[in-house]
Ligand binder design. Structure first.
Ligand SMILES: Cc1cc2nc3c(=O)[nH]c(=O)nc-3n(C[C@H](O)[C@H](O)[C@H](O)COP(=O)(O)OP(=O)(O)OC[C@H]3O[C@@H](n4cnc5c(N)ncnc54)[C@H](O)[C@@H]3O)c2cc1C
Length: 551
């Protein structure tokens, strides 16, 4: 509802790695989401700075705030982003804060450490914001949104009243019809002058002068990193992104830096179209505390403090989707914990959320982690169109969707199966319809009635038919893997008592406390031989347990 531009990324590549991107009006998004929360029944809201945790006998019981008002809770979720001891750098200039103009949460770190949570430092950066009327867009290439936007939401399985969750009260609020009145982004490039400016001022950059101890994101490098790491590259792409419909502020995507303000001005002026641009807010780097995520169970609950959950950038990730995915899982699991229900765990062969959380809690991260499609070994199964079909069973089990929507999703799944069956079982001149789809000479006609199915169903059917062989191979692998995932390892397992297990492996396993044999197998440093020993141990313990109970 607050989207200002929609684009399907990787449109020229296969469907498995295409992903919808939505750019939102930042202020409209903030107000709309806040209002959504205000309208949510049974949710109590309060704004204050959390200064410390209240823990009794290893269990969370609440938190303290700077207003000396305490809150009690059976569970608490920490989502501090870049605010924990946040320190911003612009050249030599330093300011405490999680974001420009915001506070730095200074005492919460001490409270976490007191209860045994290890904290380390990371850093990230943002680019400068420019005033639109000082930009010469004629020298740039326009990048409009898609005329037929791909939305994150699946419209065909939502009734119009819950198409956007926030519209359930039939209230007219700030927002637009999704996809209408889109605004353009603009493309330009750095020049050789930009590169020289960076090289000549490198010692003034907070990141290169040794002023910053935190590790930065390898995959979203600052302009300093790009110029140093790719000295032969003539130019680097920059995107000028509007911040909203009712502001003339532009975000220079691709030019994050911690160089001093005067150098930033020169850098900006060295770029075609930005010769006279005015900076509204300078770029800066921010250093912050994060809690290495190997201290968490796959439910995102802390191993150190029972009932305490962590989500978002505090777990070492960077990015909106990464934070949102963890927020969802931690939210569901904090409720499940309070209700005494088993946690929601999405396996790494079920979706990107599974890959993200499994990577974090099993391998950890020493640099800001971003979710790339390449991190998922079964990404062929993760096309955007199948997301709700893949995850509906979790939604049903954890009561995340209304019955009506679940019915529509299972109806859609049946339709997809039906049409895949038609393609794979109907003989036409030249072979089966599916064979023709997979051959170079795609059929000129499709089965009668198929064109009447919804676009979402047709896309999913064609994807499954076209890539049938590859998908079947993946499914076969997943089946084998899911056996290892089904073998659960008790949290209390004493790895040091398992005969034959290498000491280093026992130490690693005791630290990570894997939930399943599959997760144990992914811990770096634990060899296949050790996994074999562990499997024999668990199975023989189980057999012994069964024997004891039958005796
Ligand atoms: C300018 C900018 C542009 C970005 N652009 C992109 C982008 O284009 N794409 C992308 O994927 N990511 C982007 N990011 C990164 C993305 O915003 C973060 O990774 C993501 O928002 C992290 O989510 P989070 O919920 O962990 O933390 P945040 O979204 O940072 O939220 C943390 C919240 O916790 C509150 N808080 C912190 N400490 C306390 C406390 N002690 N008590 C009470 N409240 C507290 C803060 O006030 C804040 O509201 C950008 C970040 C910035 C700063």
């Amino acid at each position: 509802m607050t989207g200002i531009q929609f684009r399907l990324l990787n449109e020229s590549k296969g469907q498995a790695v295409q992903s919808p991107r939505a750019q939102c009006d930042k202020k409209a998004y903030q107000f709309r989401l806040k209002h959504t929360l205000e309208l949510q029944p049974n949710l109590t809201l309060f704004q204050a700075q959390v200064t410390g945790l209240i823990v009794e006998r290893g269990k969370i019981v609440g938190c303290r705030t700077n207003l000396d008002i305490k809150f009690q809770g059976m569970t608490v979720i920490i989502t501090t982003g870049t605010f924990l001891r946040g320190l911003m750098h612009i050249g030599e200039n330093r300011n405490e804060g999680g974001r420009l103009g915001d506070f730095s949460a200074k005492t919460l770190s001490g409270s976490l450490i007191k209860y045994g949570v290890e904290l380390l430092r990371l850093k990230t950066g943002t680019p400068p914001r420019l005033l639109g009327r000082t930009i010469d867009f004629d020298k740039m290439q326009e990048q409009p949104g898609d005329s037929n936007p791909t939305h994150f939401a699946f419209h065909d399985t939502r009734i119009s009243s819950d198409l956007f969750h926030v519209e359930q009260f039939k209230e007219q609020r700030l927002g637009w019809k999704p996809g209408c009145e889109q605004v353009s982004c603009w493309l330009t490039y750095t020049t050789s002058i930009t590169a020289d400016l960076v090289r000549n001022n490198l010692q003034k950059s907070a990141m290169y002068s040794g002023n910053i101890e935190g590790v930065g994101p390898r995959y979203c490098p600052s302009i300093e990193d790009k110029i140093v790491r790719f000295p032969d590259k003539e130019r680097h792409l920059l995107f000028l992104e509007p911040e909203g419909r009712s502001t003339d502020e532009f975000y220079v995507n691709g030019l994050s830096t911690s160089l001093p303000f005067d150098v930033q001005l020169d850098l900006i002026h060295s770029v075609p179209g930005l010769e006279s641009a005015a900076i509204l807010r300078p770029a800066y780097a921010v250093e912050y505390d994060f809690a290495p995520p190997t201290q968490l169970y796959p439910s995102l609950e802390s191993k150190k403090v029972e009932g305490l959950f962590f989500a978002g950038q505090i777990n070492g990730t960077s990015g909106y989707e990464e934070a949102a995915a963890q927020g969802l899982v931690a939210g569901v699991n904090a409720v499940n914990k309070a209700r005494g229900v088993n946690p929601l765990v999405i396996h790494r062969y079920e979706g990107y959320i599974g890959v993200l959380i499994d990577d974090l809690v099993t391998k950890g991260t020493r640099e800001p982690y971003r979710m790339f499609t390449s991190r998922a070994e079964h990404r062929l199964l993760f096309n955007h169109g199948s997301a709700e079909l893949r995850l509906a069973s979790h939604a049903e089990k954890h009561k995340l969707l209304c019955e009506n929507r679940l019915k529509l999703i299972s109806g859609k799944a049946r339709l997809v199966d039906h049409w895949v069956g038609v393609f794979e079982n109907t003989r036409v001149p030249g072979g089966l319809w599916g064979d023709l789809m997979r051959s170079d000479a795609a059929p000129s006609e499709l089965p009668a009635g198929f064109s009447k199915a919804s676009q979402a169903v047709r896309d999913e059917v064609i994807y499954r038919v076209k890539y049938r062989g590859y998908l079947a191979r993946e499914q076969h692998q997943v089946k084998k893997l899911s056996q290892a995932e089904a073998l659960q390892l008790p949290v209390t397992l004493d790895y040091s008592s398992i005969k034959g297990l290498k000491r280093e492996s026992a130490v690693k396993l005791a630290e990570i406390k894997p939930a399943t044999l599959g997760q144990a197998n992914r811990i770096s440093g634990v060899s296949p031989a050790d996994i074999g020993i562990l499997m024999v141990f668990v199975e023989s313990s189980r057999a012994q347990h069964r024997k004891d109970s039958s005796d």
